[in-house]
Write a protein that binds this ligand. Structure first.
Ligand SMILES: Cc1ncc(COP(=O)(O)O)c(C=O)c1O
Length: 450
């Protein structure tokens, strides 16, 4: 059996799925909710670094990282040691009722990443959607307003409050009834598909105008708006970065009207783009910043960080049983140290390396429409025809599946894009391997359709 620690590159030795994987898939079908979306039949058994081993001993190079979660790679020894040590000392006490030092200690680390012009406070939860729910509540509580503005293509979670904001795929909302009232959606700047032909730097001015000249004048008076919530890089929507000026304009508008700017960094944050927060590239000071996913290398931790002047709610206004669990925070703290100690710089370095090799894909492959992103958050958009930009979900699925069969894990994103979001530990050799596999997979998809 190949163990994940023995290799840093993929090795496929059975047809996929292999016999043991097939058994697990059949077992899963008996008991698990059919709502889960499995793009391809990976059955994970163990993992180490950027390698995931399946139940049949096949080794895959992981460029999905459990949806951008395993930032330090799988089972990083420092993260494992921190979890093991903490598990033997204190597993749970309920930070909502009692004190333990791990909460302020890790909160202080998070606050150290935020602009120094403000004082900040932190609330811990367990998942991205919980951070979003908490932020909605805090924004409403603080402003005493109820309207919320989000963007088409955004994904903020699947619980009923966050789902009211999510506008990614209609299946995610269908049959779930009336959601939160007072939510308005506006377009997100999507340079590749900009009707006005603007660039990645300049796209979105018309959306700012729409907000100020139409939404605020015809739908929601700005003094009724509690928050604008935005992903600095749309994740689930297709790995689409917002132009920096666009985020700065949102901040200007929010400051002008006393609206809370909520920056959802659940997928883009924790060093993935080469800075702690993707919005740091724009020099933004949000009122509330949300983080989860990559924060604790796979342990369930989320946080919202708010200006001290904003997090002024009273005792009992908000709480949770598990948020700030000591074992999870031990993992988060070790993760933070690793990211600060070199992984964030590595994300920038290897990300630039990958871009230098793949940004010409639209010239080399007929079905690649766009390559975009920052650091190790890279989106590849697959189209049927570069001229018409017709979305090709089937070809995208074929590329992702071809890559899987060659030993590379990626994920779809949006209607027709591929998300490349490896752990922040990958090196150039692993990047080269992933690029080679993706190129072969794209070529195979191109060949199959012609
Ligand atoms: C930007 C963003 N916000 C919120 C969420 C919800 O996070 P979770 O799945 O942990 O609830 C996600 C998940 O993909 C996300 O990408």
């Amino acid at each position: 059996m190949i163990t994940a620690t023995e290799t840093k590159l993929p090795r496929i030795k059975t047809a996929l799925p292999g016999p043991k994987a097939k058994e697990v898939i059949a077992y899963d079908a008996k008991f698990m909710s059919p709502s889960l979306t499995r793009d391809y039949p990976l059955v994970a058994e163990r993992a180490s670094g950027a390698i995931v081993e399946d139940s049949d001993g096949n080794a895959f190079l992981d460029f999905a990282a459990g949806i951008a979660v395993c930032s330090t790679g799988h089972c990083h020894p420092q993260v494992v040691a921190a979890i093991q040590k903490q598990a033997a000392e204190l597993i749970h006490i309920a930070g909502t009722d009692f004190y333990h030092r791990h909460m302020p200690e890790f909160a202080e680390k998070l606050v150290s990443t935020m602009p120094k012009s403000e004082k900040w406070k932190v609330f811990f939860g367990n998942s991205g959607t919980e951070a979003v729910e908490g932020a909605i509540k805090l924004a409403r509580y603080h402003t005493k307003r109820d309207k919320l503005i989000a963007f088409y293509g955004c994904f903020h979670g699947r619980t009923l409050g966050s789902l009211s904001l999510t506008a990614s795929k209609s299946t995610q909302r269908k049959h779930f009834g009336t959601l939160l009232g007072g939510v308005g959606h506006i377009p997100y700047p999507y340079a590749y598909r900009c009707a006005l032909g603007h660039t990645k730097e300049t796209c979105g001015g018309e959306i700012i105008e729409l907000l100020e000249q139409q939404i605020f004048k015809r739908l929601f008076a700005p003094e009724e708006v509690a928050a604008i919530i935005v992903e600095p890089v749309q994740g689930e929507g297709g790995f689409i970065p917002a132009p920096l000026f666009f985020l700065q304009e949102l901040q200007r508008i929010c400051n002008k009207h006393g609206i809370m700017l909520i920056m959802d960094e659940v997928q883009a944050g924790m060093g993935r783009t080469g800075k702690w927060w993707a919005s740091d590239h724009a020099g933004i000071t949000p009122d509330i910043l949300l983080t989860a996913k990559g924060i604790a290398s796979g342990m369930p931790v989320a946080a919202f960080i708010a200006k001290e002047s904003v997090m002024n709610w009273k005792i009992g206004s908000h709480g949770t049983t598990y948020g700030g669990n000591p074992v999870c925070l031990a993992a988060a703290s070790a993760t933070f140290d690793l990211i600060e100690g070199g992984l964030m710089a590595n994300a920038e370095k290897v990300g630039n390396y990958i871009f230098s090799k793949i940004s010409d894909w639209p010239n080399r492959f007929k079905i690649v429409g766009d390559v975009r992103g920052k650091g190790l958050m890279i989106g590849v958009e697959i189209v049927r025809d570069q001229r018409t930009k017709e979305r090709a979900a089937d070809l995208r699925d074929a590329v992702v599946d071809n890559a899987f069969h060659r030993g590379l894990l990626t994920l779809g994103s949006g209607e027709n894009s591929i998300r490349v979001s490896p752990p922040l530990i990958i090196d150039e050799e692993q990047a080269d391997c992933a690029i080679r596999i993706m190129e072969e997979s794209i070529r195979e998809a191109e060949k199959a359709r012609s």
